[in-house]
Design a protein around this ligand. Sequence first.
Ligand code: NCD
Ligand code: ZN
Length: 346
Amino acid sequence: MSRSTEITFIRPDDWHLHVREGEALKSVVPDTAKRFARAIIMPNLAEPITTVKRAASYRDEILAAVPKGLKFEPLMVLYLTPQTTAKEIRKAAKSGFVKAVKWYPAGATTNSDKGVKDIADCYPILKVMEEVGLKFLVHGEVTDESTDIFDREAIFIERHMKKLALDFPDLKIVFEHITTEEAVHFVKSASSNVAATITPQHLLYNRNAILAGGLKPHYYCLPVLKREKHRLALVKAAVSGDPKFFLGTDSAPHAKGAKESSCGCAGIYSSHIAVELYAEVFEAEGCLKNLEKFASINGANFYGLPINKEMITLKSVSTAVPKEIKFGDHILVPLRAGGKVAWTLA
Ligand code: NCD
Ligand code: ZN
């Protein structure tokens, strides 16, 4: 079958994105703003975004980095800590630009040490979020050292996700960057208030990408890539058009030196080719017609936000991906560095 020469669909949104701050932020925001109309901005800065006031100034910093002529709306998120107050949650809901609160189980990932260990301590806060309609975004991995890193998500479902969904039936929960068939099953079987984001790397690669033929730190992210059977379950969920699954790149830039180190940090940068990579996945499955649902419709509907009016076009010509990208005063090594991607943004 011949490839379609181009596809035009509603401008997508990225429901999970890290843009850092300062000069680094200025380097990466344009890649996202060229492709996406909106993005959910993760709050895990070195000093996390825990107040509406800081979310407002962080939002201004992002807007100032959007290239002239592009329209891009950052949707802000507060970082849940043991000190988060009900007052701040109500203020966030009233702000209009804060859409969600993120739970990083303490120790689970980059800049999560100020996160919450025992979510039971935050039940009164979750109750208020449920009441005011703020979304609850969850990094779903248990953090105890004794649990194998490849099992951390599946065990988190049993220990926490099932209970959260039952205890807060009216709270809208996004299970972020799911990586396992267990997560796909859980999300599908939960109520319509539970949904999930899926990254390009978890759709395109399995754990061999990190570990086979040499140790490849640029494929290391959290939750870590899993076995092929999990990748296949994620692909099936994404391309199905099921409204519970939507695009969230988890593009997480780190300087080259921070990843190529004796203790390399977790995070993969994909904003430079994000939509193009998802198109590869949907094309390989013969499901390009469902890309628009996954990338541009399901997330907006779940968040209760309008569907974008503009369109974008991808051409079915392959482009070379740079080996390195400027990252403030550093450089970063992006996903597919030095390789090719099968689609090009028109
Ligand atoms: C993210 C980061 O670097 O901020 N890293 C990652 O591997 N995904 C944090 C996160 O989303 O877990
Ligand atoms: Zn993330």
